[in-house]
Write a protein that binds this ligand. Structure first.
Ligand code: WT7
Length: 660
């Protein structure tokens, strides 16, 4: 296919399949537009209707949106509910206790189904155990766990007793875990002896021990350990407890703690443009409403569906579309412990075929790496598997390039499954801009249109709307129920980051650049406009990586930028000045590897720079500001077009053009 033909192909429009429209929760564009109009006509009435229909309330709310303390908006504030009751009890009470909630597949392929009744019993036992350790409503519990039933149980048990959980992804380092334990003021930590990924056992408990020993988190009185592998662990008698032992004699019932809708369900850390990660605080009512509602709309959830979201519970996608959304709907989902390439790169396709998955939700990075593997080996090509159960495909976390979209559509979806390219963020709690499978005509590479009630728009630097076809800053004009409530412990930073004065103080700033199509109004996301990178769908702050690098005793100065990457979307490139002479040849390679390992230890393996460049200096303006645009060009290997006349030592450009 010629380049021109491939561009033409990418401009194809894919209408929803007629059969899907006929049975969809939003059956066609007219139905979508009617919902949009309903929200426009009576914004609060629209959200109140959804909140009454989708959730079960202990005490009905009488207030909907309160804007009196903007931008600290509240929703359904005088209503009371419990997220765990909504996820479990109500389905058991409705007679669906024997329905499978989770089909857990371990790294080694062992499959364990868990019914709603089972899961409720396990959550209650663990909730009782937490209470026995003195953990109560409002306390913060950090969860540092592998993908497991026990991880979901821990989160749901916190929700049941009104404790606020903060899950830390199992790939984060002891230092990152320590920072989060300290910032959130945790009183308990739930972890695991080890985690299994791709046939390898990786330590968690020993990293947790290191994190606790770093200090500042003396409030952590209990460390509860799930025994996954039986690997050797150090033990602190007064503090450490085995999960299976603490639940052994607990009853399998536990009255849920009814909480106000604004009660913080969880705090999840994410990277921002400054060094310190932000603790994004979410509510109980608004968050849960949107996690469930978007299951209905975006994934057209049906009671008979087998749903599979491949994310980790350590990220927002795992919170909204594993722990809460699918369970709140009473759905059946696959939960996977392992990695897509073990025992081979056909693992996802094999699992879809064996579990007869209907709705499959994954990241573009995973798709891109599996395309490469499939092209190299027909055995792991999706066409070698029976994927006829699939109905809907989804992507999340980063832009999907049209080539990968078309491949996913044809080879995984058999050219019959709509792809929902869902744009959202840790802060938004759930999907914001996404196609609806029975309604929206799809254009590869576009996340299409905002969900009903979501007032996404594109503005210029002063907050004025820009016409379609003109790029700008992506904002959300009105508050919505599942939005971030504040940054834990730092309300000023919340205001500054998300409701900046420059835009008038009333628009939610997403941090992405975007453009709307002239004819269709469809949104395309152009990537972050701040110093945040997106590597394999993971958010990383450049300043976070820079701080990690300069913490190394060898490093005098460091600057980090992103560079487009075929597989991971973006790759981390670090420009480093050492306190000693600029290394060359083997010495440079050795030091670059040392620095990579260092960043892995400081933050986690996901933050390791792919490319490290050593220079005697960094390019700076006369006022001493690092010329980042220049560094971005150097990272891409582009010709330098910027004015470099102010550079004191232009020879460094040549040095910084060379990878170690
Ligand atoms: C950032 C949010 C969404 C949950 C997982 C990531 C980028 C997310 C898309 C998409 C293009 C996307 C944005 C956003 N992003 N989804 N469909 N198309 N870009 O959550 O770690 O909070 O990252 O991911 O840049 O701001 P997150």
């Amino acid at each position: 296919m010629s380049a021109i033909e491939s561009v033409l192909q990418e401009r194809r429009v894919f209408p929803p399949p007629a059969a899907m429209t006929a049975s969809a929760s939003v059956p066609g564009m007219d139905a979508y537009l009617a919902l949009v109009a309903e929200a426009e006509r009576d914004y609060e009435g629209f959200w109140a209707r959804l909140a009454r229909e989708t959730l079960t309330w202990k005490t009905p709310f009488t207030k909907v949106l309160d804007e009196s303390n903007a931008p600290f908006y509240t929703w359904f504030e005088d209503g009371e509910l419990n997220a765990s009751y909504n996820s479990l009890d109500r389905h058991v009470e409705a007679g669906n206790g024997e329905r499978v909630a989770v089909i857990f597949e371990a790294d080694d392929g062992a499959v364990t189904p868990v019914t709603y009744s089972d899961l409720l019993g396990r959550v209650c036992r663990f909730a009782n155990a937490l209470k026995k350790r003195g953990i109560k409503k409002g306390d913060r519990v950090v969860i540092y766990m592998p993908m497991s039933i026990e991880g979901i149980v821990a989160m749901q048990a916190c929700a049941r007793i009104g404790a606020t959980h903060s899950v830390v992804f199992g790939g984060f380092s002891s230092k990152s875990l320590n920072e989060r334990l300290v910032d959130v003021g945790a009183t308990a930590l739930v972890t695991s002896d080890e985690q299994m990924r791709g046939g390898k056992a990786l330590p968690l408990k020993s990293i947790a021990d290191e994190a606790l020993a770093m200090g500042g988190c003396e409030a952590v009185k209990s460390v509860i350990v799930y025994r996954r592998t039986g690997g050797k662990v150090a033990w602190d008698e007064g503090r450490d407890l085995w999960m299976h032992e603490v639940v052994a004699n607990e009853p399998d019932t536990c009255v849920p703690e009814w909480v106000g809708a604004e009660h913080p369900l969880f705090i999840l850390y994410t990277s921002g443009s400054t060094g310190k990660p932000k603790g994004v605080q979410h509510s109980t009512g608004g968050f849960l409403l949107w996690a469930a509602q978007t299951m209905k709309w975006t994934f057209d959830w049906k009671p008979t569906d087998i749903f599979w979201c491949t994310a980790d519970i350590g990220w927002i996608t795992g919170h909204s579309y594993i722990t809460y959304g699918p369970l709140a709907m009473g759905g059946t989902q696959v939960v996977f412990e392992g990695v897509p390439t073990y025992p081979n790169a056909g693992r996802f396709w094999d699992m879809i075929a064996r579990h007869k998955v209907n709705v499959f939700y994954t990241a573009p990075t995973a798709i891109r790496s599996l395309i490469k593997a499939a092209e190299a080996d027909a055995k792991v090509h999706p066409k070698s598997y029976d994927l006829s159960s699939l109905r809907i495909l989804g992507t999340v976390g980063e832009p999907i390039n049209p080539e990968a979209w078309v491949w996913y559509h044809e080879n995984v979806g058999g050219a019959r499954c709509p792809i929902v390219d869902t744009w959202w963020q840790t802060e938004t709690g759930g999907h914001m801009i996404t196609p609806l499978p029975g309604a929206t005509p799809l254009v590869p590479g576009s996340c299409t249109l905002p969900l009903p009630g979501i007032t996404a728009a594109i503005v210029d630097e002063t907050g004025q709307d820009v016409p379609n076809g003109q790029g700008g800053i992506l904002v959300v004009k009105r508050p919505w129920p599942s939005m971030i409530r504040t940054i834990w412990g730092d309300p000023e930073r919340f205001k500054k980051s998300y409701y900046p004065e420059e835009l008038g103080g009333k628009l939610y700033l997403a941090g992405d650049g975007s453009v709307r199509d002239k004819e269709t109004g469809y949104f395309t996301i152009m990537g972050r406009i701040d110093d945040v990178l997106n590597v394999s769908g993971h958010r990383l702050g450049t300043m976070e990586i820079e701080s990690a690098l300069v913490a190394n005793p060898l490093v005098a100065e460091a600057a980090v930028v992103g560079r487009p990457d075929d597989t991971t979307g973006e790759a981390v490139v670090a420009f480093v000045v050492l306190k000693r002479a600029r290394p060359q040849g083997d010495e440079a390679v050795k030091l670059a590897n040392e620095l990579r390992a260092w960043v892995g230890k400081e933050i986690g393996p996901i933050a390791k720079p792919k490319d490290i460049r050593f220079g005697e200096n960094l390019p700076k303006t006369r006022s001493g500001k690092i010329m980042r645009r220049l560094l971005r060009s150097l990272a891409k290997g582009e010709a330098i077009t910027q004015d470099v006349s102010t550079l004191e030592n232009p020879a460094i450009l040549e040095q910084l053009g060379e990878s170690a």
